[in-house]
Each structure stands twice: as structure tokens, then as C-alpha cells.
Design a protein around this ligand. Structure first.
Ligand code: GMT
Length: 381
């Protein structure tokens, strides 16, 4: 198949999932065309069967705000026409689904039919999308898509709760390529971050308020009062300064390392003993799955789709949003005893294996095939 993937190229989870999906499809022989405004961070260097089409943004002085959606739709029209694409798969509804709809209508007028599948990722539904300034467009696009997928049961339910739609939403969870065995920790590398008798706690995100990174620091503060530990914070974003200030106020700066944005999370996770994800809302929690795939147990909130990924009492623990005392107690429960920690590490890896790419990729391929046969699903408007 010739598949166009429209995505955000940045460090957000939706861009990571879209890029990894495209890479896996290309490996299976499909021709994959990524369409976005800059090279996706996880794309890496040249790969067979992968093409990248950049949306060039004009800077005409009349525009106070650049009309990205229009330029994206024009680029999609161009790529579908000249590369002969079979279908489009757009990740994150805003503005990708509406740009795909516009492109579809333009091409229809030229006698070209191109179906588009929309994958909902989270904040496009739970935060931004349900804002009245977006809601009518998102509702329309969900109904106009040839198929819609959501990355968790929870996101599927949220979509029905917040949007005017009765159509089928396929749940296709995010995926990972887990390690076959628990990784052997490279002590030499680990010593760059912590002494041998110190534990390493870790958090990776885009440091947006929804991630509640101040909770990460507060949980860490309680843990390191009981157990010698270091905290690695990877990523960057709007809450970085707030977190730095909090760490200074709590007097624990010397135990926290800011790593900055990372392209690959594996090298940090494989040195870590525990992953913290206390988010306010999370449709899935890809970062938690990435941690578990390295055999790192997760202490998280129980919001949204997280409990579908991190199983309470098995791969880690889940607590109510904001309950830092409970999260710290759970972290200590996992870490204070080596045997318990090892059991949670094994369970985390086993749980990650249930999201193996090998099982999830065929679900997308089946959906593509049924859409191409014109059975997308349903109650399309
Ligand atoms: O979490 C973010 O801020 C990034 C965001 C995105 O849209 O790129 O992530 C969302 O999609 C990920 C991939 O499907 C999910 O794993 C995240 O849970 C989801 N984030 C939220 O729902 C807050």
C-alpha cells in the first residue's frame, strides 16, 4: 500500500507513535509518505520505503497567523496526486483531520478518491478538542473520517462523552518493541548519574502542566528521605522553570539531573529503577509503556488510559491524581526490597509485551484494507 501519514514531528507521543508506525509499515514493504512541517524526531536517517514531504510555511506579511491547515491540505493534495497514495492516516485530530477532509474534497472534485483514517491521541479530545472553539470541527471530522481509532478504551469513551458522534471508534492501543529479557544494567554508564547504592527514579515528558512534574519532584523528595536516590528528568517544556524553583526551595537540587530533550528514551530508561507518571490526564501514557519495555516499574496516577497500561500492584502502582503521599509510599514499597523490585521489573516487562508491535501492526493493516474495500465502518455522515 502507499500510505500518507500526517503527524506532528515533535517530541509528543502522537508524533512518536505515528513515526514508529510508519517505520514498521515501511519495513513490511509498504511505501510510507510522512507529511508535516519538519523532519519527525524519531525518523532517523535514510530508510527504505520512507518518504518525507515538508509543508513549507509562507511568511506573507498580511498573515498575522500562518494558515498552516491550508498549506498542509495543499501539500496533501499534491502528494496524493503525484505519488498515487492509496490512503491517508492522520494522527491527532487538530488540524490534521480537517486538513485531510479538505484535501479529500479537493481531490474528489478532480475525480480522485482518497480515504482518510483519523487516530485520536488524547489532548485532541480530552483537553484542546472539547474547547468550544474546536468542538464543532472535531465532531464533524470524526464523523467524516473513513475510519476512526483511539489509543485506549478510555479515550474512546471520552470521545463519545464529549463529541456528537455515534460512529464506531476502533481501539488500537499504542505499541512498543519490548526487550526479550530484562536488560543488564551498565554500571559504568549508571555511575554517571548515581552512586552504586543510590536508586534512580526517572520521568520523561514535554513538561506541560498536564504532566504535573511538580508532583514528580514532591514524590521524589519523600522517597529520598527514606532511600538514597537520584531523579533524572528528561524532556523540556513550559514547566521547567517552576520545577527548578521547587527543587531549589526543597533543597534537593543536588539529587536531580535535568537531561533535556532526548531522541531515544531507551538509554536513560535502562539505567532507571522506577518511572514516575503522575499526570492530570493521559489517554494512554506511552512514556510509561516505554519504561516498562525496559523492565522499569511505573508509579503513576490512575487517570484516563493509564490503568490499561500500568496494572496496579503488578507492573507498578496507580493512585489518585495529586496523591503524592500514596505515590511515594508505592515507590518505596517497590524499591525498598531488592526481590520485590526484581518481581516488579519482570512484571513490567511482561506487561509491556502485551503491547508488542508485532500484535498491533496487523490491526492497523486490517483496518487499512477494510477501508480500501470501502467498508471503513459505518455510520459515516
Ligand atoms: O502527552 C502529551 O502531551 C503529548 C500527547 C500527544 O498528543 O502527542 O500525547 C498523547 O498521545 C500519546 C500517544 O498516543 C499518549 O500516550 C498520551 O497519553 C497522550 N497525552 C495525553 O493524553 C495528555
Amino acid at each position: 500500500m502507499k500510505i500518507g501519514i500526517v503527524l506532528y514531528p515533535t517530541f509528543g507521543g502522537s508524533g512518536v507513535v505515528a513515526t514508529e508506525l510508519g517505520k514498521a509499515l515501511a519495513q513490511k514493504g509498504h511505501l510510507v509518505h510522512f507529511i508535516t512541517y519538519s523532519q519527525p524526531v524519531r525518523l532517523g536517517s535514510f530508510r527504505e520505503n520512507i518518504f518525507y514531504h515538508e509543508v513549507q510555511l509562507s511568511d506573507y506579511p498580511l498573515f498575522e497567523y500562518q494558515p498552516y491547515e491550508t498549506e498542509l491540505a495543499s501539500k496533501v493534495v499534491d502528494v496524493v496526486k503525484y505519488e498515487g497514495l492509496d490512503l491517508l492516516h492522520v494522527h491527532y485530530a487538530i488540524p490534521h483531520a480537517s486538513a485531510a477532509f479538505m484535501a479529500q474534497q479537493i481531490l474528489k472534485a478532480q475525480g480522485i478518491n482518497i480515504p482518510f483514517i483519523t487516530t485520536l491521541h488524547g489532548t485532541d479530545i480530552t483537553l484542546v478538542g472539547k474547547d468550544p472553539s474546536f468542538e464543532p470541527v472535531i465532531s464533524f471530522c470524526i464523523n467524516a473520517s473513513d475510519a476512526v481509532t483511539a489509543v485506549s478504551e478510555s479515550l474512546m469513551k471520552d470521545t463519545y462523552a464529549h463529541f456528537e458522534t455515534t460512529r464506531k471508534i476502533h481501539v488500537i492501543p499504542n505499541f512498543i518493541q519490548p526487550k526479550a529479557e530484562l536488560p543488564v544494567i551498565n554500571l559504568e554508564k549508571r555511575r554517571h548519574y548515581a552512586k552504586d547504592d543510590e536508586l534512580i527514579l526517572c520521568h520523561i515528558s514535554n513538561f506541560r502542566p498536564v504532566k504535573r512534574i511538580t508532583d514528580v519532584v514532591r514524590i521524589f523528595q519523600l522517597v529520598q528521605e527514606k532511600l538514597p536516590a537520584k531523579l533524572l528528568l528528561a524532556g523540556d517544556g513550559p514547566d521547567r522553570a517552576i520545577v527548578e524553583r521547587l527543587a531549589r526551595d526543597l533543597g534537593i537540587c543536588q539529587n536531580i539531573r535535568f537531561i533535556g530533550k532526548v531522541r531515544e528514551t531507551g538509554p536513560i530508561l535502562e539505567l532507571s529503577d522506577l518511572f514516575l507518571l503522575p499526570s492530570e490526564t493521559e489517554s494512554f501514557g506511552l512514556a510509561a509503556l516505554e519504561a516498562m519495555a525496559e523492565g522499569v516499574p511505573v508509579v503513576s496516577s490512575n487517570t484516563g488510559g493509564i490503568p490499561e497500561v500500568n496494572i496496579d500492584g503488578y507492573s507498578g502502582f496507580t493512585s489518585n491524581v495529586g496523591d503524592v503521599e500514596s505515590m511515594a509510599a508505592n515507590a518505596i514499597r517497590i524499591l525498598e526490597n531488592k526481590e520485590t523490585h526484581q518481581t516488579f521489573r519482570k512484571n513490567a516487562l511482561a506487561q509491556a509485551k502485551t503491547f508488542d508491535l508485532a500484535n498491533i501492526l496487523p490491526l492497523y493493516e486490517e483496518l487499512y484494507e477494510s477501508v480500501l474495500k470501502g467498508h471503513g465502518d459505518t455510520v459515516k455522515i
